[in-house]
Design a protein around this ligand. Structure first.
Ligand SMILES: C[S@@+](CC[C@H](N)C(=O)[O-])C[C@H]1O[C@@H](n2cnc3c(N)ncnc32)[C@H](O)[C@@H]1O
Length: 223
């Protein structure tokens, strides 16, 4: 008999085997990230495919990602871009940025992905003040404590129909009553309340289980 978390992982593998085809560039992005000493905190293959589908459904031409790690989710998202599209991804850790940069080259995405290295609290304001089209999809997957301030910034550069997607907003249920020593859970709870109260958005949190444990993904659409 399987325990429930085992069952969630087994079903995740079943879904992945059926619906997710990872090519060498995706597989190597994960392998190389471990070689660079990066933690295994990229999205799962099924979550990557889900992000890809969201970007396709949104017909995204411009994507903003905060939190690159080794570039795994970036590759999924960039491959969903409309022809001539651009993805801007922000990463603070130079080792992660180096791994990601090599991963983008292997995936043939050097011309499509713009990787900005530095703390996103510093790099994001400059991206937001650039001229150009708004972002059709924003994927938030970096330090949770700054989700609320990232939200205030990127909401200036989205338009009707844009999607906001934010990972790790349920944190195995710890957002229900964050402990004082868990600032990530407190910030996620604040972020969830901000999104829920924002009349510019139509939003939901998709509760998720699988090989990454129990968490949740915000999906919000700009009215
Ligand atoms: C969960 S990982 C991103 C995983 C990646 N999106 C994927 O699924 O392949 C979070 C990343 O955010 C980065 N990060 C954390 N704080 C940051 C900050 N203030 N500015 C930019 N990047 C940050 C970390 O270095 C880490 O690489």
């Amino acid at each position: 008999m399987f325990t429930t978390p085992d069952l969630f992982s087994i079903v995740d593998h079943y879904i992945t085997d059926l619906y997710v085809k990872e090519d060498d560039a995706l597989v190597e992005a994960v392998t190389a990230a471990r070689g660079f000493g990066l933690p295994p905190i990229e999205v799962s293959p099924a979550q990557g495919k889900f992000l890809y589908l969201l970007a396709k459904i949104a017909r995204a031409r411009r994507i903003l990602e905060i939190g690159t790690l080794g570039g795994y989710s970036t590759i999924w998202l960039a491959r969903a871009l409309a022809k001539g599209g651009e993805l801007v991804t922000l990463e603070a850790d130079p080792a992660a940025a180096a791994a990601a940069s090599e991963a983008f080259a292997r995936a043939g995405l050097e011309q499509t992905v713009r990787l900005l290295v530095g703390d996103a609290t510093q790099t994001l304001p400059a991206v937001i003040s650039e001229t150009g089209d708004p972002f059709d999809l924003v994927f938030l997957d970096a330090d949770k404590v700054n989700y609320p301030s990232y939200f205030d910034l990127f909401m200036q550069r989205v338009s009707s129909g844009s999607l906001i997607v934010a990972d790790n907003v349920i944190r195995a249920g710890t957002v229900l009553a964050p402990r004082p020593d868990d600032p990530s859970a407190s910030a996620a709870r604040t972020f969830n309340a901000l999104v829920a109260a924002d009349d510019r958005l139509e939003s939901i949190i998709l509760q998720q289980v699988g090989i990454k444990g129990h968490d949740g993904l915000t999906i919000a659409r700009v009215r």
